[in-house]
Design a protein around this ligand. Structure first.
Ligand SMILES: *[C@@H]1O[C@H](CO)[C@@H](O)[C@H](O)[C@H]1NC(C)=O
Ligand SMILES: *[C@@H]1O[C@H](CO)[C@@H](O)[C@H](O)[C@H]1NC(C)=O
Length: 488
């Protein structure tokens, strides 16, 4: 077993780490993975503008890398048919007929799920939790206190719903029944808290284009930029509503802001991109477009550059004036949450089990930090639930709590349903994600979306619009910030 682990570790180094380092400068070739022709064109233009990188060379490198990753994954999991079914054409390396595969999942089943452990994280974006301070290393890392079973901020107190929590009164309306709400439907039924598609058509007609161009530009430069934007939106909307409170560096009250909380801290990024885009918006139409709307549109565009079909997003949110670190802890899911805890939290926000699973699929892109999953190997009962080969990757890669591993190693920058297949096979990095694959309330959705990517995409637009209408400020509430880091 140990020898095998070393072999996998070596493979991982050769196939993933080294190519990543070598290709750090040519990691810009997103356009083939976009479905929408107009988006494709935008990205192509930007890619062509990236000086010093020849397109041909980049394409070749992508193919090479895709094959390496493909081979690695094959070795790791002697994959069922997962890769062949889902791999985008360009990645389809000739798959050598595999020798009879032992039934996958050597691990998990026998052990009943441990009672309530602090589990996971329905965080759509990089679930990474916690900027663990150096002097407080989670168990399992060099320097950790032997007894400490759980990192600070994970797991400790169960998330008890706070009756006085303003979130409970959120007037979030249920999502529309049909798969594709048209702009007219959205307007007519006011299902999205009075927000409107095309809100800036008269007052700032280029607003959505400016925002989208910013996302396309950022993604063409660095394909890892989509995931953190999705995570920002999720963390903004779940704490005090979608009011851009997460973007504030400071508020008039002078208290510590949401940004500084454990679940955010050093693991959130994307603020610079937002500042750039906000500056462009202010130059075009001063005082019109809120930071809250900017973030919501930007998240839609982060999906689009990652391969999700365009969907309409209503606008009209206003920016909040308050942001408190203390509001974060009870409102952001953790990798150690149980399914009960996750479902309860989503219910408080007006979202159901299906929404939870739909949003988890966003883990198809992005990475998790080791402190959010490495602890699983230190608890014998939990460790038996981790696929042994995945455990090998965890051991090898987690040289520090801040090391990262992609959720979906096969197609790290492409939003697809491969991640659901991983979860269905109990191969999720995060404990919370894995639990969703076996809980009776959620596992059918995991199966369904794993088999029906288009079905998932259409639910994704709905769930995102639901998320983006949590407790919004509208009309003359709040304000339109001049810059996103401070109230006016
Ligand atoms: C491009 O990406 C790199 C790495 O993320 C970043 O440091 C740099 O600022 C980006 N450049 C632009 C113009 O966004
Ligand atoms: C492609 O994107 C454009 C602008 O973002 C949008 O107007 C159009 O409807 C999209 N097309 C499809 C097929 O999704």
């Amino acid at each position: 077993m140990a020898a095998k682990a070393r072999i996998f570790a070596g493979l991982f180094l050769i196939c993933i780490i080294l190519p990543s380092l070598a290709l750090a400068f040519v990691d810009h070739f997103p356009e083939d993975r976009l479905e929408n022709e107009s988006d494709k064109n935008d990205v192509r233009i930007h890619v062509n503008n990236v000086a010093h990188v020849s397109k041909k060379k980049v394409k070749k490198e992508w193919k090479k890398r895709a094959k390496l990753v493909h081979d690695f994954w094959e070795d790791m999991f002697e994959h069922d048919n997962l890769i062949e079914e889902n791999q985008p054409k360009e990645d389809a390396a000739p798959v050598t007929p595999t020798t009879p595969v032992p039934p996958v999942d050597p691990t998990p089943n026998p052990v009943p799920v441990p009672p309530v452990d602090p589990t996971p994280n329905p965080v759509p974006v990089n679930p990474t939790p916690n900027p663990v301070p150096d002097n407080n290393v989670p168990a399992g890392y060099p320097g950790a206190t032997p007894q400490a079973p759980v990192a600070k901020g994970y797991g400790g107190a169960p998330m008890t719903p706070n009756p006085s929590d303003p979130q409970t009164n959120v007037p979030v309306e249920p999502a529309p029944e049909q798969d594709h709400p048209t702009p007219e439907d959205i307007k007519k039924h006011s299902k999205y808290a009075g927000l409107q598609v095309g809100f800036y058509d008269d007052t700032c007609p280029n607003a959505e284009k400016i925002i989208k161009d910013g996302m396309v530009r950022a993604f063409a430069n660095d394909s890892s930029m989509a995931a953190p934007i999705l995570r920002l939106l999720f963390h903004d909307c779940f704490v005090n509503g979608c009011d851009a409170s997460l973007l504030l560096d400071q508020t008039p009250s002078g208290e510590r802001t949401e940004k500084l909380a454990n679940s955010n801290g050093v693991t959130v990024r994307g603020f610079d991109l937002i500042d750039q885009i906000k500056a462009e918006l202010e130059a075009e139409c001063p005082g019109i477009v809120s930071c809250a709307d900017l973030l919501v549109y930007l998240a839609r565009d982060a999906f689009v550059v990652s391969g999700v079909p365009h969907y309409d997003v209503p606008g009209g949110r206003r920016d909040g004036m308050e942001s408190l670190e203390a509001n974060v802890a009870d409102n952001i899911p953790l990798p150690t949450n149980t399914v009960d805890q996750m479902i309860d939290l989503f219910k408080k926000k007006g979202m159901n089990e299906e929404d939870l699973v739909v949003l988890i699929g966003a883990h198809s892109i992005g990475v998790a930090h080791c402190f959010s999953f490495r602890y699983r190997l230190d608890n014998p009962q939990k460790a038996t639930l981790v696929d042994p080969r995945l455990a090998g990757v965890m051991r090898f890669t987690c040289t520090s709590p801040m090391s990262t591993v992609a959720f979906d190693t096969t197609t790290q920058y492409k939003m697809d349903s491969i991640y659901y297949k991983q979860l269905a096979g109990k191969r999720g990095l995060l404990e919370s994600d894995d639990l969703l694959g076996e809980d009776p309330r959620t596992k059918d959705y995991i199966q369904k979306f794993g088999d029906d990517e288009k079905g998932w995409f259409s639910k994704l637009g709905q769930a995102m619009n639901k998320l983006a209408s949590i407790q919004v400020l509208a009309g003359d509430q709040g304000q339109i910030r001049k810059q996103c880091r401070a109230v006016n």
